[in-house]
Design a protein around this ligand. Structure first.
Ligand code: PAF
Length: 282
């Protein structure tokens, strides 16, 4: 496996693959790789001739400095996971390489980034869009892989790729869950085992709302109440938002119609923030 830390070296390698007629896939990550990342990498390995994983903890997208400093950094373990999976190249630039002194240009996403995470985490999506642009410029992939757990991030990146004519196919990959339903996240490691058990209720609340949808309920207020009844059983969980919106614009709706609709939640356990979502489906 090749390891690159400089964007021009990464780009040269990627261009060489293309010149050799090989397709490339990129899996952008912030490291601390878990089974969720593994599933993104496995899909990329099936789809593409060459797979690049990027590992970079992006300070620009953390609106809370403690969250940034506590973010797990496990470069040796991540490198081994990538080697074992058969990844072709790892791109892991330093913070100074990514944002050298004098860096000042940012990518500003539009209205799809404003609600939900955009309200709770000001500037988060500007940080994501900026770093993903830089990662795409360095890795020059044909395809890039993102998890559905971060559904608004996925939408922001899809919009950006379309708006900037980047010519990269964005592939969404289903959320990987523990057997009890908890969505895998690098932040789960910061939960106590008791919090981890209780955090499985996050998905149960979403599932309860979807069951009610299957039984005919279409009013957002009723569906949110059903999820909230589940969350009321875990007093240590602080719900930051619970919202229902259409997948194409993320604007909250009062009633589900014919368009694809999603329920998303953000929940705090102590100082750990978790997000999850479900698409309403019969
Ligand atoms: O989803 C993530 O891990 C990050 O937001 C990403 C896309 C790698 C950008 O830093």
């Amino acid at each position: 496996m090749k390891i690159f830390v400089q964007p021009d070296e990464m780009r040269d390698w990627s261009r060489q693959q293309r010149a050799n007629g090989l397709s490339t896939g990129c899996v952008p990550t912030m490291g601390a790789l878990h089974e969720g990342h593994v599933s993104l990498i496995e899909v990329a390995l099936r789809d593409c001739d060459r797979v690049i994983v990027t590992v970079f903890v992006n300070s620009l997208q953390f609106n809370n400095p403690d969250d940034y400093f506590n973010y797990p950094q496990l470069m040796d373990a991540d490198t081994q996971i990538c080697r074992d999976l058969g990844v072709d190249a790892l791109y892991c630039p330093s913070p100074q390489t990514m944002y050298p002194s004098g860096f000042e240009t940012h990518v500003l996403p539009g209205p799809i980034s404003f609600p939900l995470e955009g309200v709770c985490r000001p500037d988060h999506f500007t940080g994501v869009a900026t770093v993903v642009t830089k990662l795409f410029n360095a890795t020059q992939p044909d395809r890039a892989y993102f998890g559905l757990k971060d559904i608004q991030q996925l939408a922001v990146i899809e919009r950006m790729v379309t708006d900037f004519d980047l010519g990269i196919k964005i592939i969404s990959v289903p959320t990987v869950r523990q057997p009890d339903g908890l969505a895998l996240s690098s932040r789960n490691d910061r939960l106590t085992s008791d919090q981890k058990d209780k955090a499985s209720m996050i998905y149960r609340g979403l599932q309860a709302a979807n069951e009610s949808f299957k039984n005919g309920e279409r009013m957002s207020s009723a569906l949110k109440s059903i999820a909230n009844e589940v969350y009321a059983k875990i007093p240590e969980a602080r719900i930051e938002y619970i919202e229902i919106f259409e997948a194409h614009n993320f604007i909250p709706i009062a009633e589900i119609g014919v368009n694809r609709s999603i329920m998303a939640v953000a929940v705090w356990f102590g100082d750990v923030r978790l997000i999850d979502n479900i698409e309403f489906a019969m």
